[in-house]
Design a protein. Sequence first.
Length: 273
Amino acid sequence: MIQDIAPHTFNNAFQKILPTPESYILAFRGKEALSQAENDQIRCPQAKELDLDLSQAIYLFSIDQDPYFLVMDVPEQNHYSYQELRPLTRGKPHHFGFAYATGFHLYDWYRHRQFCGRCGHALVASQTERALVCPACGVIEYPRIFPAVIIALTHQDQILLAQYPGRSKQVLLAGFVEIGETLEETVAREVYEEVGLRVKNIRYYKSQPWGIVSDVLAGFYCELDHEDDIRLDTRELQMAHWVSRQDLQYGKENLDGSLTSEMIYRFKIDDYR
């Protein structure tokens, strides 16, 4: 999956350090990232390759011994241009793809957290942790992470695939965790709300950070409790249907780094229990 970057090591501990010429620079414009990309090969710029003001660079994390910094409003230059984010996260080397996804998560937080929600004062960076602090009233803002579930609903040798409005790809059901819910309760609620089915034997599979939309995803397999007709919530879904393992056109070539693709593939090869 996207976070599987071994033998490289990700370290997100807070450090108060300055960039060097060899430091990697992450810059974004909307949902685009500054990069060089050719076919599936990507390159993240180093500070020495760019003409930019590093005085406001924000340390994000390190991969191995290489620090990555966020710099806002970097112009295109030196063969680096703004590329669509999602394909970059699937690029090679994989640790660059993960860096872009995780860097975007923090970029999105920084650009949306400029003022205190309590008193309206401008926030400043904490000197001791990854946080933004209000110097007027003391509010501390930490990076936002939205918990969500990915749901592989199975029935005998079938899996339920869905399609969301405006998208062509068939995926698993998913939904955000609500206040006061356990993850398992979210699974049962989302399935019932979106397709009108009851589930049983809810089993946790694996989790995944998904910085592109500030989520952390928890994957679950579950089984249909009793046979019933699908009652589609057309506000949420365009389509949902059962697909047998035999008819599921899904191989290793469909693995795109997402938890969803891995869970569908695991069902296809009957290696998910």
